[in-house]
Design a protein around this ligand. Sequence first.
Ligand SMILES: *Cc1c(COP(=O)(O)O)cnc(C)c1O
Length: 372
Amino acid sequence: MTTTAPTPATTGFPLSFALTPSTDARATAEREAILADPGFGKHFTDHMVSIEWTLAGGWHEAQVLPYGPISLDPAASVFHYAQEIFEGLKAYRHADGAIYTFRPEANAARLQRSAARLALPPLSTEDFIESLKQLVAVDASWVPDAAETSLYLRPFMMATESFLGVRSAQKVGYYLIASPAGAYFTGGVTPVNIWLSTEFNRAGHGGMGAAKTGGNYASSLLPQELAYEKGCAQVLFLDSQEGKYLEELGGMNLFLVYKDGTLVTPESDSILAGITRDSIMQLARDRGHNVELRRVSIEEWKEGSASGDIVEVFACGTAAVITPVAQLLADDFALGTAGAPAGELTMSLRQELTDIQYGRVPDRHNWLTRLA
Ligand SMILES: *Cc1c(COP(=O)(O)O)cnc(C)c1O
């Protein structure tokens, strides 16, 4: 038996978006109070984007509309079979007031890869980037300007067809919402401890690990709770076949830094390839560091830690950019030093990446796209 994903009807030309302005947008004072202390993922802007897809009609009905609940039939297949994918990127306000985003074509390509794995229709890179521009154009006043703040953009796609049969949906929605985000680390970048999950895996060989889909997050929540119980901020997963090789955290990739300046990050077909990870690999190579994307065993970390060859460890992802790791805790061992300060290379890569994102240094790789 062969399985085929639905073939999208393509229009061959970019979508045009209809705007319905919100009639109850927050007043300036209320918005400014939120932007003064936005936290993360708690507040949302006044508008959102929705685009509908049907097997017969392809992508159509692109809209910017007031932010609000999505009404779905209880039989919508996303509720039952979790046919859902998402993305995460940020809009940054530069000193001149202009608003940029970082490598959106990479998020568009990843959304297309995730869509392929979950038998959802691909949204073109052009329509994806246009959806960001459309939303940020109407909600530009929601992009904060304090240090390390941003507007977090959350595109997502899900099966909206009312049908309990098990097959890929013939009706799908793409949505984009936006949420102002405060500085991830208030009061300085602080190293975290992470917990090694040996009982649970996040994803397996041939599974959905390389797709950005809610199912992988659902599977990480229980181990994440166990990590919290051990006083750790995040959980680290190993490969599901041998339980020997490092994969990633629940929502962040991992780097080990060697004494000779080599950076190593795990390679696996069940890891989500982070755009932050890719950007860090590029910046480190630009500086002349040796960068290795390869399998890394937990044994290697143990040995490198004992010999002093591994000198820094950090996690990375769009939300926190780079998070230094002080210690890895496991049932029967601990690596690293409790309360260790953030590594020097860790912090300088973090500085360089955020300098590019906020327009404080030249964008030599053409990573920025102006949104408004
Ligand atoms: C989104 C995500 C990352 C980080 O990706 P970025 O593109 O750097 O934000 C890492 N791991 C998982 C599981 C993710 O979902």
